[in-house]
Design a protein around this ligand. Sequence first.
Ligand SMILES: *[C@@H]1O[C@H](CO)[C@@H](O)[C@H](O)[C@H]1NC(C)=O
Ligand SMILES: *[C@@H]1O[C@H](CO)[C@@H](O)[C@H](O)[C@H]1NC(C)=O
Ligand SMILES: *[C@@H]1O[C@H](CO)[C@@H](O)[C@H](O)[C@H]1NC(C)=O
Length: 216
Amino acid sequence: MFDIGQNDLAGAFYSKTFDQILASIPTILLQFEDGIGKLYDQGARNFWIHNTGPLGCLPQNLAKFGSDASKLDEFGCVGLHNQASRLLNLQLHALCKKLQGQYADANVTYVDIFTIKSNLLANYSRYGFEQPLMACCGYGGPPLNYDSRISCGQTKVVNGSTVTVKGCDDSTEYVNWDGIHYTEAANQYVASQILTGKYSDPPFADKMPFLLKLKF
Ligand SMILES: *[C@@H]1O[C@H](CO)[C@@H](O)[C@H](O)[C@H]1NC(C)=O
Ligand SMILES: *[C@@H]1O[C@H](CO)[C@@H](O)[C@H](O)[C@H]1NC(C)=O
Ligand SMILES: *[C@@H]1O[C@H](CO)[C@@H](O)[C@H](O)[C@H]1NC(C)=O
């Protein structure tokens, strides 16, 4: 199972222009393709490939790049980050199609995590969440509860007083855990959507009925 793109793109925004980031996507994917080829050569035959989520909706990226409201998209997320995610995913999907043809004796399954997570963030209350963009475990309070100086679990002197960053009372109300990662509750929702098979190419529900019996 591969879940790729988030660190490659999110990290690049700190030192590269948007055009440079887009130009680097084919290189990122060549490295990925090379890695898949090495695994195939060693006998791997089942490849489960997640695309990257809407990066612009992570509190860490919103805190650093989201202060200009005109740069936010329809979800209230950093537009360029989400655009970069979409462009990487388009090319990753094309690569998966190519690999499906190239490795005819293997299963190469592309899973559209971006769509699952976007739907969760846009329609969070329908899925039982109260906070789509604010971190559960962070510092600074609403709207993001994220401060790059001090992360979840750390104890530090901030603004002259010693602070320990703890989780919120009920993490099941939050989509985001620590500004970067999703909560267990959000990941459970994502897993339940993956297992419908609707977000996979090729769809797998007919092939792996045992997965649908898992309870979430
Ligand atoms: C591909 O997936 C199907 C369905 O799970 C499985 O029956 C088959 O053995 C897999 N192919 C390989 C080469 O492992
Ligand atoms: C939110 O839900 C509505 C109604 O089901 C749907 O049309 C829309 O596509 C969803 N939003 C996203 C971003 O998936
Ligand atoms: C910390 O202090 C700075 C400067 O006085 C202030 O702008 C900021 O809001 C403070 N942060 C918190 C979380 O209290």
